[in-house]
Design a protein around this ligand. Structure first.
Ligand code: ATP
Ligand code: MG
Length: 400
């Protein structure tokens, strides 16, 4: 029966002059997400985005089922509802509500004798003869008649079933279900960034969080072939492909850090290795970011999580570059990161055990506080440090 989908947004609605840009960006993203469903037309009408069938007909159950997970990935969107779009005529609305009702109430009454129910009407069309409250009473009364008054308890606060009714100038939309979407800002409404993506749990979540703030992201991953197997990169490729379902495109740069790791092993203080690896990763990532017009780096670091993430070491790592480094998980604990990873579907991919680049030649007792000056002094011991970094950057393989 449903012939349109109401898409609601929040944060975008608070934007001033550039609200138009955000709305256009949201529409573009929704079009992209729905590209494989095929039958959809996406457009915006004052404060809402609407999805219709190209032929204005009804969506099939299979089409709605295909559309739902796509819209659930649309950043910028707050919630959405499959709806029936009707002429501005109360008789038609009542008739449609009665037609929709059995699919919603029959399964409920098969299990329980009573249900809490409410109708929420919103009227932006001020010429419509009934006021919001009158519409609500009309629809509640009609549906109650269908099953008997005693089966409904009206609960305006927290009803099990809500029937929504939007009265617009050109049409009226009626809907029951309201599905959550991730909120935030549409991807592309902020500049592109570069995420340092490992096979761990945190960095995919960090990438997702910056996308949620409107930044499309490319990825860079470091491996240590031949000390790490090809599976190390395969795993990250899988994670990047999964994350790309939330945005239009994101490239993966694959970088072999082993040549520098060997030099660090041979020339530098063993306890500082991890911090020195991390400084090198940031330097390489900074160069890639500048060449590919990414305006910030993103990592999955959180304060105090491991030895390389103490405040002292984060500072020493950060001082290797001048580009902005975003750390969306800085205040999160591991359980919060895991919860998001499960929700966005990266947890399963991250749980596959493969060797990580950072663990190559890793010290058994890493320093928790490497002063910046000492890190710099250690790097000076490496012959032609700059040249090695340059060579590593030029050997990067980029996957579209
Ligand atoms: P994650 O779960 O993201 O691996 P973690 O808690 O294991 O994080 P570390 O391994 O110390 O922490 O890494 C901290 C951050 O440094 C990662 O979140 C990631 O952004 C970056 N990083 C670490 N290793 C790599 C790598 N091999 N390739 C790309 N980025 C990396
Ligand atoms: Mg890791």
């Amino acid at each position: 029966m449903y012939n349109c989908i109401i898409c609601r947004y929040h944060e975008i609605a608070t934007k001033g002059n550039n609200r138009n840009m955000f709305e256009r960006c949201l529409v573009e993203n929704i079009r992209h997400l729905l590209r494989d469903v095929g039958v959809c037309r996406v457009h915006r009408v004052r404060g809402r985005v609407w999805v219709n069938r190209i032929d204005e007909g009804e969506f099939s159950a299979a089409e709605l089922q295909a559309i739902r997970p796509c819209l659930a990935r649309a950043f910028g969107l707050e919630s959405f509802s499959p709806a029936v779009r009707l002429p501005v005529d109360m008789d038609r609305v009542r008739e449609a509500a009665l037609r929709l009702a059995p699919a919603v109430f029959d399964p409920i009454f098969a299990k329980q004798p009573q249900v809490t129910f409410r109708v929420r009407a919103r009227r932006s069309n001020k010429r419509f003869p009934l006021r919001s409250q009158e519409i609500e009473i009309d629809l509640v009364t009609s549906i109650a008649k269908l099953y008997g008054d005693d089966r409904f308890r009206i609960d305006l606060g927290n009803a099990e079933v809500t029937l929504g009714c939007e009265v617009r100038d050109e049409f009226i939309a009626l809907y029951f279900d309201r599905y959550p979407a991730p909120g935030g800002l549409p991807v592309g409404s902020n500049p592109r960034v570069l995420t340092l993506l490992s096979g761990g749990i945190d960095s995919p979540v960090a990438a997702w969080m910056v996308m949620k703030r409107g930044c499309p992201t490319d990825y860079i991953t470091f491996h240590s072939a031949p000390y790490t197997p090809p599976e190390t990169v395969d795993k990250v490729r899988g994670i990047a492909a999964h994350l790309n379902r939330f945005q239009i495109s994101g490239r993966l740069h694959v970088c072999n850090l082993a040549p520098l790791q060997k030099l660090i092993r041979d020339h530098c203080n063993e306890r500082m290795r991890t911090v020195l690896y991390r400084r090198a990763m940031l330097r390489i990532a900074e160069q890639v970011a500048r060449r590919s017009d990414c305006r910030a780096l993103v990592t999955g670091e959180a304060v105090g999580q491991v030895a390389s993430q103490t405040i002292a070491n984060l500072n020493t790592i950060n001082r290797a570059v001048t580009i902005l480094v975003l750390r969306p998980l800085v205040g999160a604990d591991k359980m919060e990161a895991i919860r998001i990873a499960e929700e966005i579907g990266t947890m399963e991919l991250s749980s596959v055990q493969v060797p990580d680049s950072c663990t190559v030649f890793a010290p058994s007792s890493p320093s928790t506080a490497v002063p910046v000056g000492l890190a710099e002094a250690e790097e000076l011991k490496i012959p032609d440090y700059g040249g090695v970094i340059e060579k590593i950057v030029s050997d990067i393989v980029t996957i579209a």
